[in-house]
Design a protein around this ligand. Structure first.
Ligand SMILES: *Cc1c(COP(=O)(O)O)cnc(C)c1O
Length: 388
């Protein structure tokens, strides 16, 4: 097994950098760095051989950025089920509705994928301590992987984050810092701490490797659909690594000849009380202004501004997708439907995605006969007070 990582490249200005040191944003323009691979060499790692390997997310080692297999920090993330949402589909006349259920990941959300890769790479590059701002799930995931790597971690979380998420980060031995406000305020505190202590900041899309873990959701989707892609992917979007990672996966897989040119419509779902990407999409803007006073009960969607906003909007527009906001009532209803009809314990964010899908089929923006994957990004068990 040999990773084909070759260098880092700024997704905005195109500047290239060596990938041999800890790196956050582009030193030139301050935007997002992507890992790039030697595609000619990666073509020789055969799709079906990687797919047939034992293991889960790390089956795709060659297309991931860790060079030394001994540095991989894993808790068994990825390879989550694609479930046919047959009973919800039947109720609305949609025979090809699916959910990609990320709730079974270590620490109960898809955040495990990104942090497994980010912590592995940080370990390989010699990070002494790690820090993260989080709405909740990313903090638990960082804490768990950092514990496994033996690297100290500082987690900055809003003071009103769900209690289970606060306790989880502390349980795994991270230093938990509770911050007034939203993840944006937690981000300021984390940056300040990183400046003082030299800790490496693994904020969403501010370091290049979390998105590589999220990329594996796109690879698995193609794999599970027989190396084609569905007509649409509906994703609950906060910082955007999920959408951006999958979009990157599709581009790389096409370049490798793993899939054809067909892309799903990428559909962003946000909450009405915090919908910066939806607003920018509707106004035709390339970037999104920060959302004032973000309010929603879906913690992962309470993200007022995203450094990768231009990448999210780009994926939505290039794919012919769209961005929609859903109400808290619609989220709560969809949350119940996921449990009652599908046996899936939906995180409120996953429920928001289903609510967004239902809204778009009602409006005729998505047709009921289309094959659609709604992502349940995490487990509802992490906010047990919502289960009713
Ligand atoms: C973080 C999170 C999201 C938002 O994901 P992004 O990829 O950062 O947009 C959605 N759902 C859950 C459960 C999350 O923890």
């Amino acid at each position: 097994m040999r990773s084909r990582l070759s260098h880092l490249e700024c997704a905005a200005c195109g500047r290239t950098l060596n990938a041999d040191a800890l790196q956050t944003l582009c030193p030139e323009c301050g935007l997002v760095l992507f890992a790039r691979y030697d595609m000619a060499s990666l073509r020789r790692a055969h799709r079906d051989e990687l797919s047939a390997r034992k293991g889960r997310m790390w089956r795709w080692f060659e297309a991931l950025p860790v060079l030394d297999p001994n540095c991989v920090v894993s808790l068994g993330e990825g390879a989550t089920p694609l479930l046919h949402a047959e009973r919800i589909g039947e109720r609305i006349g949609a025979p090809r509705l699916f959910t990609k259920d990320e709730s079974g990941n270590p620490t109960g959300s898809f955040k495990a994928r990104g942090l497994s890769v980010a912590v592995s790479k940080a370990k390989e590059l010699g990070a002494r301590s790690l820090t993260i701002p989080t709405a909740g799930n990313a903090g638990g995931a960082l804490a768990a992987y950092a514990a496994r790597a033996g690297i100290p971690a500082d987690v900055f979380m809003p003071i009103d984050a769900p209690i289970t998420m606060r306790r989880e980060a502390a349980y795994y031995g991270a230093r938990l810092h509770l911050v007034e406000g939203s993840i944006a305020d937690a981000g300021q505190a984390a940056r300040k701490a990183a400046g003082e202590t030299g800790a490496f900041d693994v904020s969403t899309l501010k370091e290049p490797y979390r998105v590589e873990g999220k990329k594996t959701m796109g690879i698995e989707l193609a794999e599970q659909f027989g190396w084609e892609l569905p007509d649409a992917v509906v994703y609950p979007t906060g910082g955007g690594t999920g959408i951006v990672g999958m979009w990157k996966a599709f581009e790389e897989m096409e370049a490798l000849g793993w899939i054809g040119a067909k892309r799903p419509k990428m559909i962003v779902v946000q909450a009405e009380g915090c919908a910066p990407i939806v607003r920018a999409y509707e106004e035709g803007e390339p970037r999104a202004d920060a959302w004032e006073n973000p309010q929603t009960n879906a913690p992962g969607l309470r993200v007022p501004s995203a450094v990768g906003d231009f990448l999210i909007l780009n994926a939505v527009r290039e794919s012919g997708g769209c961005a929609v906001a859903v109400s808290e009532e619609a989220i709560a209803e969809a949350e119940q439907a996921m449990g009652r009809y599908e046996g899936v314990c939906a995180a409120p964010e996953g429920a928001a995605a289903l609510a967004g899908y239902l809204q778009l089929t009602d409006n005729g923006v998505i047709e009921r006969r289309e094959s659609v994957v709604v992502f349940n990004t995490g487990s509802g068990l992490k906010i047990p007070e919502r289960l009713k």
